[in-house]
Each structure stands twice: as C-alpha cells, then as structure tokens.
Design a protein around this ligand. Structure first.
Ligand code: NAP
Length: 285
C-alpha cells in the first residue's frame, strides 16, 4: 500500500481564502478588520520563522497584525504590562505570545494574563477547561487543525483507536481532548510509556507530537491507518523532518501528512480562524 498524502498546505489555503472572504464582507459592512497582536521576546531563530509565517498569513487572510518584537532583556512585569494594555485595546481581537519565552519569564503566568476571549492560541486554562468539559470556545490551534485534517480525510474517530504520542500542554493533551470530543477511543503515550510499538501497531488514527525524528518506525504503523505527524525537527542537513519514519509509514498507512506541508500550515490557518471568530464575537457581528 502507498499512503495518500494529506496536503495540509492546500487545505489551509482554502481556510485562509474563506477567512479572507468573511473579512472583506465585514469591511464591506463598515466593520474593522480583525486585529492580531503577535509578541516575540528575544531572537530565537525558530520563533522568528514561525512569527514571520503568522504575520504573512494575517496579510493573506485580510487580518491586521500588530508586531511587538521585544528584546531578550524584557522583564516579566513589562510583558505583563503590554498584555494588559492589549487586553484593553478595542482594535485587538487576538493576542499571541510566541513560545518559548526566555527562562526569566514564567510561561504559565504570562498565558494566564491574556484575556481568555483574546487567547487565540487557545492555551489559557479557561479555554483548555472549556475543551475538557466538551464546551469548547477558543481551541488550541494545532490540535484544532488536526481535527480539520481528519474531517478532510473523511474518517470518523468514532469506534476507532486513536493514539496520541506526546502529552504536552499545547499539542498532545488538547489533541486527546479533541479526539474524545470526536468520539474516538483515545490512548496517550508520553516519555514514561516505554515501548511505543504496541500502541502504534494498534492505532487506527496515529498522531505524533514528540519532537524526535524517527521516534516512530514505519514498520510499527498499522496497515490502512491514518498517520498525522505534528513533529517538526531540523535534520543535520538543514531539512525539516517529522517524528515518523515517513518512507516506511507511507508503505503501510492509508493516509499520511508530510513534513513540511502537513500540520504546520493548518496551525496557522486555525490561528486566523480563531482571530476572526474572536473579532466577530467582539463586534457582535
Ligand atoms: P514538548 O512540549 O517538548 O512535548 C513533547 C512531548 O513528547 C511531551 O509530552 C513528552 O512527554 C513526550 N515525549 C518525550 N519523549 C518521549 C518518548 N520517548 N516517548 C513518548 N513521548 C515522549 O513538544 P511540543 O510543543 O508538544 O511539540 C512536539 C513536536 O511538535 C515538536 O517537534 C514541535 O516542533 C512540533 N510542533 C509542531 C507544530 C505544528 O504546527 N506543526 C505545532 C507545535 C509543535 P512528557 O509530557 O512526559 O514530558
């Protein structure tokens, strides 16, 4: 079997085009464009690439992006002050703080300072809690994007074993909650799981978010399964690679996401969607 490739880039482009249409119709009705504040502290090169992609996506989707590029020396109090002023800013619908933050700033404290109604990354405990309680409002972008890829393939998680490898606050955990919401039977593996192979062998839907190239061997993959590789790692030759042995897994899975061009573009598209929806709510439109 050769897996069909899930073209996240093309699917994300459709979402962004739809968002752009909705934004232009808002503008035609005399409403302002949705505004996204993008905060970056320090000059982490990977963060700079992600932030550039997010700002580019804002332009493509008709959103206004407001850049706050702060020096590494920014204090926690200064960052909190900026977030509080953005919380009050009527032209801002979404606040994104690019992670990771420098060590002298407490990440969880910063996330909790964002107004949950402007938390377009969906990381605030209020939004994660809403998802856990089956009443989602703003949803974490990467898992939300993965649900759209699953919808696109047309496979329902109902009655299927969904295995999530990785349990981070921003990907693995909310991913498990999304899959539960979709009716899947969910297993979450993490660093203390030990042997991952038996879980992977039984996964109808496999979602991998660890950050270790090749951690999932292709010959573990269940024939006919759906494989979604969230991992993004820089190989020694500079190429971007996922966590799954793509060649091996492609010979067994029915569908697979590439890296790059799979989950990454969907994450950004869901950020645009969350910002648009936040603006529509704020404007009562
Ligand atoms: P993270 O915060 O480092 O979390 C990694 C997770 O993997 C943790 O839950 C960790 O377990 C688990 N883990 C570590 N070693 C393991 C092992 N041997 N077996 C099983 N699980 C293990 O990373 P993240 O932010 O979730 O990101 C994961 C990957 O996805 C990275 O490559 C990142 O670049 C990528 N990513 C991509 C996108 C996108 O849009 N495509 C978005 C976000 C992240 P513990 O919880 O026990 O520590």
């Amino acid at each position: 079997m050769t897996a069909q490739l899930i073209d996240g880039k093309a699917i994300a482009a459709k979402f962004k085009a739809d968002i752009r249409d909705q934004v232009e119709s808002m503008v035609a009705r005399g409403l302002r464009r949705p505004g996204l504040a993008v905060i970056m502290v320090g000059d982490n090169p990977a963060s700079a690439v992600y932030v550039r992609n997010k700002r580019k996506a804002c332009a493509e989707s008709g959103l206004v992006s407001v850049a706050h590029d702060l020096p590494y020396s920014t204090t926690q109090a200064e960052l909190v002050q900026l977030i509080e002023s953005l919380n009050r800013d009527p032209a801002i619908d979404g606040i994104l703080v690019q992670l990771p933050l420098p060590q002298h700033i407490e990440q969880s404290l910063i996330i909790e300072k964002i107004d949950p109604a402007k938390d377009v990354d969906g990381f605030h405990p209020f939004n994660v809690g809403r998802l856990a309680l089956r009443v989602p409002l703003i949803r974490p972008c990467t898992p939300y994007g993965v649900t759209k890829l699953i919808d696109h393939v047309g496979i329902s998680p109902k009655g299927r074993h969904c295995v999530v490898i990785g349990a981070s606050n921003i990907v693995g955990r909310p991913m498990a909650l999304e899959l539960l919401l979709m009716g899947g039977t969910v297993t979450v593996c993490h660093r203390f799981t030990g042997d991952l192979a038996p879980y992977v062998r039984d996964a109808d839907i496999l979602i991998v978010a660890v950050g270790r190239p090749g951690i999932i061997q292709g010959d573990w993959v269940k024939p006919g399964s759906l494989v979604i590789d969230v991992g993004m790692n820089r190989a020694p030759d500079g190429k971007l690679v996922g966590d799954v042995d793509f060649e091996g897994a492609s010979r067994r899975a029915a569908w697979i996401t590439p890296v790059p061009g799979g989950v990454g573009p969907m994450t950004v598209a869901m950020l645009m969607k969350n910002t648009l929806e936040s603006a529509l709510t704020r404007l009562g439109a």
